[in-house]
Design a protein around this ligand. Sequence first.
Ligand code: THU
Length: 164
Amino acid sequence: MAFINKSIRVEFTEVDSVSELSSNNQELIEKAKEASSLAYAPYSRFFVGAAARLENGEIHIGSNKENASFPAGICAERNVINYISDLRPNTKINTIAVYADPKDFRLDEPVSPCGICRQVLAETEQVQQQDIEIVLTGHSGKTLIFKSVASILPFHFCLSELRK
Ligand code: THU
């Protein structure tokens, strides 16, 4: 039996300063930063904000909310995505920006969405049949941009695997 070694490339854009981004993405990052100040994160003190731009131009925000029963906490990304799915069920999401502001140390690298958020975002992308651009940033201004959620969650478990 022959083994075939394969690999997957993850493509993304990296900039050192948000000033190098489009004015739309600069605005979205500003909203994500504002949203991070609304986080309820007394346990981790890791404040995160997410801002999503819809195809109709609206911007909606979410932040992480923790709980004394730790697993009850939810990330900023899922908060905003679930909110939008109820508020604007038929409106596609073009871009999501995520901004992290840890209170106890300096984070120079952009925050990276957790696996559960990637899974939820990937399904949203699949249902709306349009890629969601992901913009990851923080106080240093270093920003990573990915063209789709699927690109940061290859081989993800999806709808079609539950049905024959
Ligand atoms: N968190 C987010 O909200 N988004 C991320 O992308 C990474 C992590 C939250 C979850 C938890 O409240 C805190 O940050 C520490 O993990």
